[in-house]
Ligand binder design. Structure first.
Ligand code: NAD
Length: 281
């Protein structure tokens, strides 16, 4: 029996790259899948049904069940229709993978407001809209659910030329943590993936030239784990995946130091002289 037998899963941005690999694997594991994709270019421009339809066709080819949805995740209405597609087609929804994304790299000094906003709209607001619409439905139907967010090494550590993308993905981390806390009482787990894979989003980067060991197929099983009952009640985690390497990101709070004198008010000079002790893990 497949790991997702009886489950209904939404995968956003599933027309290509990592989302496509996730949708195919989920369907092979028995899930009925809503394949969402706007069918846009890497920078978010344009729209087409082709990509989502092709993945639905590929799932049908091996006897799996899937329907397409072409809405943008970046609007409240799009996210609502996405969840509605799942409920109308399969009567329920149990899993949401927030994977859709676009890229508009520019250095911070050259980035305009539109370039910043568009990237945040898809990655961060899109993840919020879809998670909220999904969670409302899961609360209505009962029985719990699973959300898999998609953050990035760029969001967790920063990266040159990605002020918009790293801010969006760091926001997805914050959203993951808060959603995990708030949705726990409804038995909805919320975890995030930080993938590295050769897709149309990354294929022109120097680090991927001549490399075939960092594929979307390496990422999909990590999403499957987080979406399945194997994940148990683990929630609020960030699992990173790059080819054969699996690891985790954790934000660390250091013990720091307390000051006794002067009502506990540190001077800037004291902070400078105690810096190493304050940041020591
Ligand atoms: P991709 O470009 O192959 O796939 C992204 C998909 O999202 C596309 O099919 C696109 O049409 C769809 N999409 C874009 N905007 C949409 C919208 N508003 N609504 C619905 N669909 C939309 O890229 P990928 O590498 O597979 O990326 C998948 C996710 O992984 C993204 O969130 C990306 O930021 C993240 N990520 C990827 C890498 C990597 O190394 N590939 C690294 C870090 C994070």
């Amino acid at each position: 029996m497949g790991l997702l037998e009886g489950k209904v899963a939404i995968v956003t941005g599933a027309g290509g790259g990592i989302g496509r690999a996730q949708a195919l694997l989920f369907a092979r594991e028995g899930a009925r899948v809503v394949v969402n994709d706007l069918g846009c270019a890497r920078d978010g421009t344009g729209a087409s049904h082709e990509a989502a339809d092709a993945v639905v066709g590929a799932i049908g080819d091996f006897g799996g069940q899937a329907v397409a949805n072409y809405d943008s995740v970046a609007t409240v209405e799009g996210a609502a229709r996405l969840v509605q597609t799942a409920v109308e087609s399969f009567q329920a929804v149990h899993i949401l993978v927030n994977n859709a994304g676009i890229l508009r790299d520019k250095s911070l000094l050259k980035m305009d407001e539109g370039t910043f906003d568009e990237v945040l709209a898809v990655h961060l607001k899109g993840a919020f809209f879809c998670t909220q619409a999904f969670a409302k439905q899961v609360v209505r139907q009962g029985g719990g659910g699973r959300v898999v967010m998609t953050t990035s090494v760029s969001g967790m550590l920063g990266n040159f030329g990605q002020a918009n993308f790293s801010a969006a993905k760091a926001g997805v981390y914050g959203l993951t943590r808060t959603a995990a806390i708030e949705l726990q009482k409804h038995r909805i787990t919320v975890n995030a993936l930080a993938p590295i894979a050769k897709t149309r989003m990354t294929e022109d980067l120097p680090m991927f030239q001549g490399i075939d060991s960092l594929t979307p197929d390496h990422i999909a099983p990590a999403a499957l784990f987080l979406a399945s009952d194997l994940c148990g009640d683990r929630t609020g985690h960030v699992m990173a995946c790059a080819g054969a390497r699996l690891y985790a990101f954790k934000v660390v709070e250091t013990p720091g130091r307390f000051k006794d004198a002067d009502n506990g008010i540190w001077t800037a000079q004291e902070i400078a002289s105690h810096w190493d002790a304050l940041v020591k893990v």
